[in-house]
Write a protein that binds this ligand. Sequence first.
Ligand code: GDP
Ligand code: ZN
Length: 307
Amino acid sequence: AAAAKALHDGLVVASHGRHCLVETPTGERLICHPRGKKSQAVVGDRVHWQASEDEGTIEQVLPRRNLFYRQDEIRTKSFAANLDHVLILIAAEPEFSEHQLARALIAAEAERITPIIALNKSDLVEPFERAWTKLAPYRRMHHGVLPLSLKASGEADYASLMKLLAGKSTLVLGPSGSGKSTLTNLLVPGATVLTQEISQALNSGKHTTTSTTWYWIDEARTTGLIDSPGFQEFGLNHIAPMQLAGLMPDIAEHANDCKFYNCTHLHEPGCGVIANVETASSGPGAISASRYKIYGELFAELSQKRY
Ligand code: GDP
Ligand code: ZN
């Protein structure tokens, strides 16, 4: 009678509050609840679960490769784990915030996740050119920028995107209006309806959307796409101010030239970063004035969070 129940493998594909939707290796899905605080799982988590009536109990969350955070007014909360890529989808229109883009890149860098920046709506010629120019510092970085038109050019354009995504799990982020739902619905026909069904199941029939959902874009279930609304509230609270420069590759490149090992690159004499911003502000390998400004803003923000 007291025999231990079997533990099963699962992947968390959606969550709402303390409820999770867990997918089994054969593709069935069931609602699970965590056992205690220790088994609190997020989308992308691999878990061990145990059957209990028609639902399940998560007994263990397996060790994570990485963990992503979001931030509301009050606190920082984890929301996705075990990602290979972060796809930052911005568009020619509406105009994107460089500050938000930089935040997302830093968050990815901090978790050692490869970011992909895609600039959508290349069919809108003039706004696209403006945005492409604004992205010059990002095009110079290791990840580059992928031009894209989800609406106009279809196949050819996202063939290169598909190549990047294949066999990986990718979190899609971006400001409202950039084309995230267009992308999801292109890659996962019926995604919107599926999300609504999942939300209702997890939230006892109420019409709300879950914050994060995992989709498979291939039948073999090897390529995962994770949708999550919200961009501005990217959680960076877990990053110390002195770590920041190391997470911005263009700034890190010049931080070795500083006179002081603990240089903040804000006001010190003999700072390699400041020297670069002042002298080389448009040449190749230069830190752009806008990037340096963002560095200063984020440094101040992260410093405040400590007290
Ligand atoms: P989301 O808020 O990020 O989910 O953005 P949506 O997917 O809802 O797209 C916002 C609007 O941009 C919609 O009207 C789309 O039809 C449109 N849109 C998406 N991709 C393209 C594109 O490549 N070119 C143009 N011109 N419009 C697009
Ligand atoms: Zn310095």
